[in-house]
Design a protein around this ligand. Structure first.
Ligand code: NAD
Ligand code: UDP
Length: 333
């Protein structure tokens, strides 16, 4: 059978966790850039709906697979995103969360070793734990509880970083490690318990806004498409650049400020409700992104208000499509 000429020259890219929030935006971007994309996911927190609009594209392939099992494919690049990202989901089955990060990294690094592919790891600001250095730079080793409720995620991601750097030292792999700070936007799972999706769904349904603690803890929120731009730029760096590199928006807000902003932008009647702070909840978080700026000229373009407006529209459309808040929450569940 004759083959389309472009398919012989196109880059073939594997995105693990490709049906999730960030993975689906990444698949879309890579297809637009002219790559062939294999989207691999076990649908634990992602779903086919997120990539439904890509299914007719002949350069797109969707594959159900669990990253904790080996995978044999021929690929040029791998973006390893497979791992639940929200505390509710990663604490649901903590042993599986650690396996996903650790066995997943071993399997994907093995695949990169066999094929010679470049490989990107979606690491996290959680490797800094509850940081004693502010803002966080890449040379800070972190302040992480190894035995708490968040440890399956934090330590799993730390171990994945270790594996990436050992594969680099032992097998000379072309690795790229990006430490992602809180990111939000359309296609977030409405029921994943993360603060932006929670507050928006609560505000749109005039339910109380659930602030944990007094809301004085801080986070820095990056709009998803800004982050995807960073992924692609990191992958395009010279082979000598491995990271780790912080990627996130350095504009820092308290959780209370976020709640007030969401109420204002949705014209909501919601009141603030103060609940217990979960254990090991980091008190402050803000990336120092000078390495990203100087290495690949990246900084976020979308301000919080602009990104929230787009995200509010996404959740509002889900609600207006006739779904009750409970149904919106159950859509991906
Ligand atoms: P998400 O939960 O929407 O996406 C994760 C995807 O991985 C889902 O589609 C899920 O089904 C899939 N997955 C989970 N376990 C798997 C397994 N064993 N095998 C195959 N697929 C599996 O979360 P997200 O926000 O899109 O996060 C993507 C990546 O970015 C994650 O690795 C996460 O740790 C990292 N990250 C995200 C943020 C953020 O703020 N969004 C911050 C730091 C790091
Ligand atoms: N948070 C909150 N109310 C919610 C959900 C989260 O006050 O309904 C707080 C949470 O305690 C944390 C911050 O918002 O301090 C960010 O939480 P998220 O789960 O989004 O991300 P992470 O803690 O992993 O940064």
């Amino acid at each position: 059978m004759s083959q389309d000429k472009s398919s012989l020259t196109r880059k073939r890219v594997l995105v693990t966790g490709g049906a999730g929030f960030l993975g689906s935006h990444l698949c879309e971007r890579l297809l637009n850039d002219g790559s062939e994309v294999i989207c691999m996911d076990n649908y634990f927190t992602g779903n086919k709906q997120n990539v439904q609009h890509l299914m007719d594209n002949p350069a797109f392939e969707l594959m159900r697979h669990d990253v904790t099992f080996p995978l044999y494919l021929e690929v040029d690049e791998i973006y390893n995103l497979a791992c639940p990202a929200s505390p509710i989901h990663y604490q649901h089955d903590p042993v599986q969360t650690t396996k996903t990060s650790v066995h997943g990294a071993i399997n994907m690094l093995g695949l990169a070793k066999r094929t010679g592919a470049k490989i990107f790891q979606a690491s996290t600001s959680e490797v800094y734990g509850d940081p004693k250095v502010h803002p966080q730079k890449e040379d800070y080793w972190g302040h992480v509880n190894p035995i708490g409720f968040r440890s399956c995620y934090d330590e799993g991601k730390r171990c994945a970083e270790t594996l990436f750097f050992d594969y680099r030292r032992q097998h000379d792999l072309r690795i790229k490690v990006g430490r992602i700070f809180n990111t939000y936007g359309p296609r977030m799972h409405p029921n994943d318990g993360r603060v932006v999706s929670n507050f928006i769904v609560q505000a749109l349904s005039n339910e109380p806004i659930t602030i944990y603690g007094e809301g004085q803890q801080t986070r820095s929120f990056c709009y998803c498409l800004d982050l995807i731009e960073a992924f692609v730029r990191i992958m395009g760096t010279d082979d000598s650049f491995t990271g780790p590199v912080n990627i996130g928006n350095p504009d820092e807000f308290t959780i209370r400020q976020l709640a007030e902003q969401v109420i204002k932008l949705t014209n909501s009647k919601s009141k603030l409700e103060f609940l217990d702070l979960p254990s090991d909840d980091p008190t402050q978080r803000k990336p120092d992104i000078s390495l990203a700026k100087s290495t690949f000229g990246w900084e976020p373009q979308v301000k919080l208000e602009e990104g929230l407006v787009k995200t509010i529209k996404y959740f509002d459309d889900l609600l207006k499509a006739g779904n009750s808040p409970a149904e919106v929450i159950a859509i991906n569940g």
